[in-house]
Write a protein that binds this ligand. Structure first.
Ligand code: GLC
Length: 515
């Protein structure tokens, strides 16, 4: 560690390891609703292993899995977080992930002690703006307590974390105004839009409520705060970084993003190759690796038995693990299903979300219980058994910032069939007929016909047992570890934290547009 820290010193010309404050609404294994939690965990852990001093600030929810981490210890006094002229009593419980990453859990029961991260059965929490604004303002207070001032880099994630960047930039303190910041967009479709009247309670000054800053039409757009005020804006794949500049995929923010395009780029997500490792995974029926894949046969039979699918058939099994939201294109899959069943395929679908899609999948399964299995659950451990037991893994996303499912599937040897967008295009390499190269099958026409065509291509190659084995091996040997990506983030931090004079500043409000 000392040697590493030393190396870091030379790389940043700082007299000590680089200090990074991460602000995020999800951190696995404490609380996760999707890929964000996995990514914050994996990135922080990898940076920690490189000798970066990482502190993560995140809420203590009613559902936070405190038993998944070392005993959390309370700080001896609350943060007294300022917010919109008010002050909130926010306690801190400190724990860690992976030994060298500190996690400060914000303890404020009126805001966070609920049965969900963003919502419960009744829908999104009405005070989500305040809940995450308090997280952001508290994050700055945490840095004050730990380091007596700003970190070397403030790294905020998604709309929930965006206000941390805005608060720093709009602060009365020159130190915070000059703090270096990086903002990562995991999904442009979620922007944190709230009535403009809420701005004062959130502590946002009139001067920031114009269309070049936090305002978007009649709303405050919190995500935009991150885009406008951060020194660097990153997203989770290079292809998505380009796509988000287009009106089709820019979700109304393509203009704001184009204005910052010189400071915007993509870094593809890694996965935790220790947590996701078929040679060690106890949740699957048998262990295997790229050199001896015999265990996959047992995994496939066990999955068929678990899901009540027609056993012992050689018919290819297609896995799907996903959220039922329009982005993911499950409706495309449903439309293609009759044709795909005619091709002799079987399906193992694990997905939750939209009620209508859930009902449609359940009735497809009820019609052909021997061929289509559907479980309305989120993630582990059944997801692992699908990755391990399926032959193909389908992900017909309309857009996909990065996507983790296809990366887990490849690691477990199920061959992805994916639309050629965003991170799917950046992580899956088109396979050729011989299996000499490639890790999956991509299609650019994102509709049922496109999906069917790609699956047919896969089935054709699968008839050649040798070629198919090579493709499966390619998927399993693909380097998906966090290390390369964490190094890219580190390079961004170093460029910013080491650079003098400080680069970039937010645009001034144009005359006459404020308010
Ligand atoms: C969001 C995106 C997904 C990405 C994940 C983590 O959930 O939709 O594509 O992999 O964030 O960055």
């Amino acid at each position: 560690m000392d040697m590493l820290a030393d190396a870091i010193d030379r790389r940043t010309s700082l007299p000590r390891p680089l200090r990074v404050l991460m602000v995020a609404s999800e951190v696995a294994p404490l609380a996760r609703a999707g890929g964000l939690g996995d990514v914050v965990h994996g990135l922080a852990r990898s940076l920690g292993a490189m000798g970066v001093e990482v502190v993560i600030v995140t809420p203590l929810y009613g559902i936070t899995a405190l038993d998944s981490v070392p005993q959390a210890r309370p700080w001896n006094r609350p943060l007294w977080t300022p917010i919109g002229g008010d002050v909130r009593d926010v306690g801190v419980l400190e724990t860690s992930i992976a030994d060298d990453v500190r996690v400060c859990l914000l303890d404020c029961p009126p805001l966070y002690a609920r049965g969900g991260i963003y919502r419960d059965d009744a829908g999104d929490f009405a005070d989500n703006d305040m809940r995450f604004a308090v997280m952001c303002s508290s994050a700055l207070r945490v840095a004050e307590e730990i380091w007596d001032g700003p970190p070397d880099v403030l790294h905020a994630h998604d709309w929930h974390g965006a206000l941390a960047v805005a608060y720093a930039r709009l602060s009365d303190s020159p130190e915070w105004r000059n703090a270096v910041s990086v903002f990562t967009i995991h999904n442009l479709a979620f922007q944190g839009l709230f009535p403009i009247q809420r701005a004062a309670a959130l502590g946002l000054p009139e001067s920031a409520l114009h269309n070049e800053a936090l305002r978007h039409g009649d709303a405050v757009n919190l995500l935009k705060g991150g885009i406008v005020y951060a020194d660097r804006v990153t997203t989770v794949s290079p292809t998505y970084a380009r796509e988000m500049l287009s009106p089709e995929l820019g979700c109304g923010l393509d203009g704001a993003l184009r204005a910052r395009s010189g400071r915007l780029f993509g870094i593809v997500n890694g996965i935790d190759t220790q947590l996701w490792d078929p040679s060690r995974d106890r949740a699957i029926a048998a262990r295997y690796d790229a050199h001896d894949m015999t265990g996959r046969v047992a995994c496939k039979s066990a999955l068929e038995a678990e899901l009540g699918l027609d056993p012992g058939s050689d018919a290819p099994l297609v896995g799907v693990v996903n959220h039922l939201i329009p982005q993911k294109g499950i409706d495309i899959l449903l439309e293609a299903l009759p044709t795909l069943l005619d091709e002799g395929l079987r399906f193992a679908i694990v997905a939750v979300g939209d009620g209508e899609l859930e009902r449609a999948l359940a009735s497809a399964a009820a019609r052909r219980p021997d061929r289509v299995a559907f479980r309305a659950v989120f993630g582990d451990p059944i997801a692992r058994r699908v990755y391990a037991g399926a032959d193909l893994f389908a992900m017909p996303s309309r857009f996909e910032p990065c996507g983790l499912g296809q990366q887990y599937a490849m690691r477990y040897g199920s061959v992805p069939v994916v639309s050629a967008v965003g991170g799917l295009a950046d992580t899956v390499e088109q396979a050729d007929d011989t299996g000499a190269k490639g890790t999956g099958f991509l299609f650019s026409q994102i509709d049922p016909a496109g999906l069917v065509e790609a699956i047919r291509r896969a089935l054709k190659v699968r008839k050649d047992v040798g070629a198919w084995k090579r493709i499966v091996r390619n998927t399993m040997l693909r380097d998906a570890s966090w290390e390369a990506s964490a190094r890219r983030y580190f390079a961004v931090y170093r460029e910013l934290a080491g650079a003098a004079p400080r680069p970039s500043l937010p645009p001034p409000p144009p005359a006459g547009e404020a308010g």
